[in-house]
Design a binder for this molecule. Structure first.
Ligand code: ATR
Length: 259
């Protein structure tokens, strides 16, 4: 008898992840007999766990969340164009010969959600991205493709914001701003940090938002994150990352299952 195909979402922490629920709903809808579970992996155990997945032929794919996106990319044998561009994996597919391929659907997820579900156009808008990890790079790549007026990055560790500026310099001039002292007004503010998981608010003020400003948190929580709650309190239109996860989950599910 053929064993069930297995998929995991990996992160640290990962208990809050909606991925197992979303993927199992998709599996029911498309009549796919799979198992999808969350596996919490501490950073020091990542390498060993990845080797275990790789040597288990039933494991067919991974979803990757904070803080593993860049390290998992580095462990892959190959990657799609998007993951290669940003050197981070949002997902992985294992091939028949157990090659591990890095995929990146983060940019597709956020842009589809902002444009199609929240009806906010990115074209000619000033965009502030806070954070400079693996997710931020994918977000910046996808935002560039939407032809914004400007992209500014602010990160707690400024050198990582500078690295993103360098990464895209060949095609777009990204601005780097101070994290502690964010000045200027933006049409769209994207929180790509994991600060919300730690229950920490970002050093933003209402004045950083232009008229009709829109805020987006890549993190999500049942009743909104600390960041989206702050936006609610300040009458700023906002969304957390559930819609992005839904969009990217649909796309990667179809790819994994060859539908
Ligand atoms: P991901 O792959 O999901 O982007 P990551 O690579 O671990 O995850 O990146 C996490 C981002 O959140 C980083 O920009 C990090 O800032 P540093 O580069 O200074 O580490 C940011 N971050 C995490 N916790 C934060 C906090 N409490 N306040 C502000 N930024 C935070």
């Amino acid at each position: 008898m053929k064993t069930k195909d297995i998929y995991h979402v990996i992160g640290y922490p990962v208990k809050h992840s909606l991925s197992p629920k979303i993927q199992m709903q998709l599996a029911t809808k498309y009549n796919q007999d799979i198992a999808f579970t969350a596996v919490e992996i501490e950073p020091q155990d990542l390498e060993q766990k990845i080797q275990e997945f790789k040597s288990n032929p039933s494991v067919k794919g991974l979803s990757v969340t904070v803080p593993h996106k860049e390290k998992v990319f580095a462990m892959c044998d190959n990657s799609d164009e998007l993951a290669k561009d940003v050197k981070a994996a949002s997902n992985v597919i294992f091939t028949e010969d157990r090659q591990m391929i890095a995929l990146n659907y983060d940019g597709l997820g956020i842009v589809n959600d902002i444009k199609n579900n929240h009806k906010v156009s990115i074209k000619n808008k000033s965009v502030l991205v806070i954070g400079a990890g693996g997710a931020a790079k994918a977000v910046v790549a996808a935002i560039i493709a939407e032809k914004p007026k400007s992209i500014t990055i602010a990160n707690r560790t400024k050198s990582k914001a500078d690295d993103i500026k360098k990464l895209f310099a060949y095609k777009y001039s990204v601005d780097v701003a101070s994290f502690e002292n964010i000045t200027g007004k933006y049409d769209i503010v994207i929180n790509s940090t994991s600060a919300s998981i730690d229950g920490q608010m970002l050093p933003l003020s209402k004045d950083n938002f232009g008229e009709n400003g829109f805020a987006y948190d890549l993190m999500y929580a049942e009743n909104g994150t600390i960041f989206t709650k702050w936006c609610d309190d300040n009458n700023i239109k906002n969304a957390d990352g559930k819609g992005m996860l839904m969009e990217l989950s649909k796309a990667v599910f179809k790819y994994w299952r060859n539908l």
